[in-house]
Design a protein around this ligand. Structure first.
Ligand code: PMP
Length: 440
């Protein structure tokens, strides 16, 4: 047992701090599929940390790459200066990306990558002499990080209310979750593609389409409770954006790097966006890093608009392409490829799906949604207390079953490392099943 730290000083993010500090859950080490808690218990990681440790914890190749880079050069700027590992990581990422998205801008994390993509969209239209395209459209229940751009196009009320109005000229489509018609769908639900038509209706009824720069969606909405696109929905969004000269951005911070059984959600769904935002699994969560992948044509518009001796894009971070992050990304992408982890996720998905849906007939289970190695189990709300039951399951899973889950509202979300074994999938769902049965 390690000594308990003083918990007064750290203001924890997205945490009920007073509740947590009254009964802390502390993690002190991790390997493979398991964390170890400060009271020396093994905790099976059902969420890949925070949807990021896709290759499992402490992968030796990734650890070694970070160690070697830290010893060789811990920091160098990427402003007017280069270091080979950043270029190598960009090449490896472009090689993994859907064909055509082969330009890479490195950022610090998912939030900064989202804001970067939105700025690229606005700057792109301007560079082409179309400066009237200023509007950005997201979706209800969309999560795009916590930058001002991200919360403005994001659609989670609780993440916006404390901070005033956000960016002007944003709008939101409805989300496509329709439990009445699609409850307990396996994979993509059947009903709801027509919700994408709302984009065209709003463009024509409310906004002049020539004022819209970009539409940003998570191909599968993660943080707000695992909401899958109905069949045909993303294809329709793509067609509407094409008709009106609007860029389509996929926020793949969660769906990137094998979560759905392909490198990116764009590959899985067979729909090509103009930009992809990624982070998390890019470095296996080991060092913070995000990236925007974009079409060469978007990049080239900036190059063509600027004089040859001037900065083309007035944007970047001290840590863009940070050497440790780039080394971690390079090693992580190699691990994904060489260990065929995306294929593994694809092959395991049917087993995971069957295990998830074995909870279907439990009392209080309202819906189960899944795709690849991600699943959301939605519970009936306790009257007057949204999220209370799911939080109970989460708490007791940690303390009594040694399982790490994630909760968001009434939804229990699972997204284990792609290296999970079948027996561990059973352990996860059996544990959750017992805890749900024990609810009031
Ligand atoms: N976009 C999506 C879809 C995400 O899920 C997240 C993080 N959960 C982000 C953006 C923000 O990433 P970060 O927390 O690294 O800023």
């Amino acid at each position: 047992m390690s000594q308990s730290p003083d918990t007064r000083h750290l203001w924890m993010p997205f945490t009920a701090n007073r509740q947590f500090k009254a009964a802390p859950r502390m993690l002190v080490s991790a390997a493979g599929m398991y964390y170890t808690s400060d009271d020396d218990r093994r905790i099976l990681d059902g969420t890949a940390g925070l949807w990021c440790v896709n290759a499992g914890h402490g992968h030796p190749r990734i650890v070694a790459a970070i160690q070697q880079q830290a010893a060789a050069m811990g920091y160098a700027p990427l402003f007017q200066m280069g270091h080979p590992v950043a270029f190598e990581a960009a090449t490896a990422l472009a090689d993994m990306a859907p064909a055509g998205l082969d330009r890479v801008f490195f950022c610090d994390d998912g939030s900064s990558a989202v804001d970067t993509a939105l700025k690229i969209a606005l700057g792109y239209h301007r560079a082409r002499g179309d400066a009237g395209r200023i509007r950005l459209i997201g979706r209800e229940r969309g999560y795009h990080g916590v930058g001002f751009g991200g919360i403005s196009v994001g659609g989670i009320a609780g993440n916006r209310r404390q901070f005033g109005t956000g960016l002007p000229a944003t709008d939101h489509l409805r989300h496509p979750l329709d439990i009445a018609r699609n409850a307990f769908s396996r994979g993509q639900p059947e009903h709801g593609a027509e919700l994408a038509d709302e984009l065209e209706q709003r463009l024509l009824a409310l906004h002049d389409p020539s004022t819209v720069a970009a539409v940003i969606v998570e191909p599968m909405q993660g943080s707000a409770g695992v909401i899958l696109p109905p069949r045909g929905y993303l294809e329709k969004l793509r067609a509407i954006c094409d008709r009106h000269g609007i860029l389509l951005i996929f926020d793949e911070v969660i769906t990137g790097f094998g979560r759905l059984g392909a490198a990116f959600g764009a590959d899985h769904f067979g729909v090509q966006p103009d930009m992809i935002v990624c982070a998390k699994g890019l470095t296996n969560g080991a060092v913070p890093m995000g990236a925007v992948l974009l079409r060469a044509g978007i990049h080239d518009a900036f190059m063509d608009a600027a004089p040859a001796d001037s900065i083309e894009f007035a944007h970047g971070y001290t840590y863009s392409g940070h050497p440790l992050a780039a080394a971690a990304a390079l090693a992580t992408l190699q691990v994904y490829r060489e260990e065929k982890l995306f294929e593994r996720a694809h092959d395991l998905a049917p087993y995971f799906e069957t295990a998830a849906h074995s909870l279907k007939d439990l009392p209080l289970v309202k819906d189960i949604r899944n795709l690849g190695l991600v699943c959301g189990i939605e519970l009936e709300s306790r009257p007057g207390k949204v999220g209370a039951r799911a939080y109970d399951v989460f708490q007791r899973a940690f303390h009594e079953k040694g399982l790490l889950l994630r909760v968001t509202g009434d939804i229990i979300a699972l997204s284990p490392p792609l290296v999970i074994e079948r027996a561990q999938i059973d352990e996860l769902f059996n544990g959750i099943s017992e805890l749900i049965k024990a609810l009031d």
